[in-house]
Structure formats: structure tokens, C-alpha cells
Design a protein around this ligand. Structure first.
Ligand code: FAD
Length: 289
């Protein structure tokens, strides 16, 4: 299928890209990896008159720890996350997530920033970013605005980004000692979007009591969901199996799935419960290593 016609613009700097966004407003879209936008255009679900390709803007692709955060640049691709020694050694939850997105061809182009900015509740990174307490840096005409990830997903395919803002960085607080996380997804076949998926991150104290917990749910509601009751339930407790099962039950309560070609709502709730238990168990195991 061929997308509708559009004008193609290729700014060389962020300020130039922002000026173009201001000039064309809702008629324009940022093009990063194009792995969501171009299919949407081919299906006539999006008809931007102007595509602003930011791929030639230098300095937007990096993974580094700095100033108390893991910082991931706005043009960092899934494949770069997968091959990053830092991600591989310190952030297995992000590696879990990148690894189950689509296929290698898609991951060679798709960006983390695009995965978040698209606002699709079926995308995998939003739940992981919710579990990790990430912040999203949106650069616009007035400079940088830092948005907490729990405020970022507003409704189906809608985020807190203004039409003249670009995601230039994702910041994740550095994990404390004895932290661990995991992302588990059930898909109908390799490369598919999730039927449901769960991200879990925990931090334990030296006695094994949970100090901090983050849980995010994928594709079981109009937005990615932060399972706050389950998170609160875990804090201050020893993470024995019965406690994790109860937290998983609370996480399933937070899910708001609809029946669709991937299954009925009750099945998806049950799936969240089991995936949450398994993701939490793996997170605890990793925190102990
Ligand atoms: C066959 C296939 C299978 C897929 N399977 C999965 C899957 O299993 N899980 C999953 O999570 N995803 C999946 N995807 C989606 C893919 O991961 C997304 O395309 C990608 O995450 C979006 O990133 P992108 O860089 O390609 O964004 P683009 O497609 O370039 O852009 C997507 C949207 O975000 C906006 N945008 C992009 N970058 C920025 C930015 N820096 N600042 C502001 N706005 C921006 C664009 O304007 C557009 O509206 C699949 C895609 C394909 C084609």
C-alpha cells in the first residue's frame, strides 16, 4: 500500500525542527523510525501533510549514566538498546522489553522515544517506563519540559506532548543496590503485539524487605496502566510467594481489558495475574543477585 502524498522536510537541528512544527502545527508529524507512523499512513489512519524527519539531527542517539539517571537519547533505536553493554549488564528489564518488540528489521529502525510518543497502549516500553519511574524530556520553543511518565499517557494514542514538542531524552533514575526488574509478554506469535504483558521492578533492603516496587501493564486498557495498589501493597513487606500472588491479584484488578481478536476480557485479566506473579518473581530473583 502507498501512503497519501506528503511534503518531506529534513531539519538539521532541534530548533529547526521545532520551528517547522510551529509552522505546520497539526498538519505535521515527526518521523523517527517510521515503524508506526508509515503503517498508519498506509492504512489511512494518519494523513500528515508534512513529515519532519529528525533522523539526520546529530547527537540524539546515546545510552549513558549521568547525574543520577540512565539517559537514553531521543533517536536511540531498539537494536542499540539490545546491544548496549550498559543495558545488558544493568537494566535487564529494558533488554527483556526491547527483545520482544516486533522483529530485528523493525528494531533496527524503531526508537524508544517513538514507542512512547505514539501513545499506543499495545506498545511494550510504556509499561516498563512506568515500572522504572522514567521521565520524558520534551523539547519545545521554550526549552526542555520534563514529564513524569505517569502523566505522559493521556488517552488512546494521546500523550501529554504538545504539537510543537519533540522527545529528546528519556531519563530513568539509577537503580539502587538490590534492585531487579523483568518484563514478561504473551503474544500470539513471535513479533506480535502483546495479548497482555507486565513490567515489574523491585528494590529490596539488606534484610530482603521491599523498599520500592513499580508495576506497569501493557495492552489491557486505553492507556498503559500503572498498578499502584499492587505497588503499595508490596512496599514494606518480605516478598514471599503468597505476597507476590496477592500483589499479582491486585495488578489484575487494575487491568481494564476489552475483548478482541486476542481473547475475552476475563482471559486477559487472568493472564495479567499470572504474568505479574512471574515478572515479580523474576524481579525479586534478579534483585538478589
Ligand atoms: C510489524 C511491526 C510489529 C510491531 N510490533 C511491536 C511490538 O510488538 N511492540 C511494540 O512496542 N511495538 C511494536 N511495533 C511498533 C514499533 O516498535 C514502533 O514503530 C516504534 O516503537 C515507534 O517508534 P518509531 O521510531 O518507529 O516512531 P515513528 O513511527 O517514526 O513515530 C511514531 C509516532 O511517534 C511520533 N514521534 C516519533 N518520535 C518522536 C519524537 N522523538 N518526539 C515526538 N514525537 C515522536 C511520530 O510523530 C508518530 O506520531 C511494531 C511495528 C511493526 C511495523
Amino acid at each position: 500500500m502507498i501512503p497519501p502524498t506528503f511534503d518531506y522536510l529534513r531539519p538539521k537541528t532541534i530548533p529547526e525542527a521545532i520551528t517547522l512544527l510551529q509552522q505546520y502545527g497539526d498538519d505535521a508529524k515527526i518521523l523517527s523510525g517510521g515503524q508506526s507512523l508509515i503503517p498508519m499512513m498506509k492504512l489511512r489512519l494518519a494523513r500528515p501533510a508534512y513529515l519532519i524527519d529528525i533522523n539526520r539531527i546529530p547527537g540524539l542517539s546515546y545510552v549513558k549514566e549521568e547525574d543520577g539517571h540512565l539517559k537514553i537519547g531521543g533517536l536511540t533505536r531498539e537494536a542499540e538498546l539490545e546491544s548496549s553493554p550498559l543495558i545488558r549488564s544493568r537494566y535487564p528489564i529494558i533488554l527483556d522489553t526491547a527483545h520482544v518488540i516486533a522483529d530485528p528489521q523493525v528494531r533496527n529502525l524503531a526508537t524508544l522515544a517513538g514507542n512512547l510518543a505514539h501513545g499506543d497502549p499495545a506498545n511494550d516500553h510504556p509499561a516498563t517506563m512506568l515500572a522504572l519511574g522514567a521521565k520524558i524530556v520534551a523539547t519545545g520553543p521554550k526549552g526542555d519540559r520534563v514529564i513524569a511518565v505517569e502523566d505522559f499517557f493521556v488517552s488512546l494514542f494521546t500523550t501529554a506532548l504538545q504539537s510543537d514538542e519533540i522527545v529528546t531524552e528519556i531519563r530513568i533514575p539509577l537503580p539502587q543496590p538490590r534492585s531487579g526488574g523483568a518484563y514478561l509478554k504473551l503474544e500470539r506469535k513471535v513479533g506480535d503485539f502483546a495479548t497482555a504483558a507486565v513490567a515489574a521492578q523491585v528494590t529490596l533492603d539488606s534484610g530482603g524487605t521491599c523498599q520500592q516496587a513499580g508495576i506497569g501493564l501493557t495492552n489491557v486498557g486505553p492507556t498503559p496502566i500503572k498498578a499502584t495498589k499492587a505497588e503499595g501493597f508490596l512496599r514494606g513487606k518480605k516478598l514471599a510467594e503468597a505476597t507476590l500472588r496477592q500483589a499479582a491479584h491486585l495488578a489484575a484488578d487494575a487491568a481494564q481489558p476489552s475483548a478482541d481478536l486476542r481473547g475475552p476480557a476475563e482471559y486477559k485479566k487472568g493472564l495479567v495475574k499470572e504474568l505479574a506473579f512471574r515478572a515479580l518473581s523474576r524481579a525479586v530473583e534478579r534483585a538478589g543477585k
